[in-house]
Design a protein around this ligand. Structure first.
Ligand code: FES
Length: 174
């Protein structure tokens, strides 16, 4: 049992007498009622629980909450809400990038980090056609999103939504 201070979506929380074996996913969902991160497999296989920790995507079911004292944790609620959608959330909506929606919070958290990863690491000399489903960058997106499973198989539209936002961001920064 321990006392833990967490910062989630820029809000501070104190948890007293927390069983130190509690995962970050269970702390969010059961203790704090932050239910955006979903529990699918609870074994690191589906990505439904993906959240951001210091900007990096992490499966919340695989990490203990006590390891994150002082970290900056962001769930889908911190990325955007219905009245203030992020560009990526809007693109998912515009492109029908979901069906049942269960995996969507994890997909969007993962894609949010992916966009930063690609922007930082994509070699500037490599040109690519985002409209081309066989294009290099589209393949890169598919590979980097492979940890997020969609049981409804909305993959083509998920990739289209991410490509659209990435293209806009790359154009804005060029
Ligand atoms: Fe965490 Fe499936 S619930 S990866």
């Amino acid at each position: 049992m321990s006392t833990l201070n967490l910062t989630i979506n820029k809000q501070d929380y104190q948890l007293d007498n927390l069983d130190s074996r509690t995962t970050l996913l269970d702390v969010c969902r059961q203790h704090l009622k932050i239910t955006g991160p979903k529990k699918g497999c609870d074994h690191g296989q589906c990505g439904a629980c993906t959240i951001l920790i210091n900007g990096r995507r992490v499966n919340a079911c695989l990490t203990l909450a006590v390891m994150h004292d002082g970290d900056e944790i962001t769930t889908i609620e911190g990325i955007g809400m219905p009245e203030s959608l992020s560009a990526l959330q809007q693109a998912f909506k515009d492109n029908d990038a979901f069906q049942c929606g269960y995996c969507t919070p994890g997909q969007i958290c993962s894609a949010t980090a992916l966009i930063d990863e690609i922007k930082q690491n994509w070699p500037s000399h490599v040109t690519t056609d985002l409209q081309n489903p066989d294009g290099l960058l589209v393949q890169e997106i598919a590979e980097r999103m492979s940890g997020n499973i969609c049981r409804c198989s909305a993959y083509p539209n998920i990739i289209k939504a991410i490509s659209q936002v990435l293209e806009n961001e790359m154009n804005d920064s060029s």
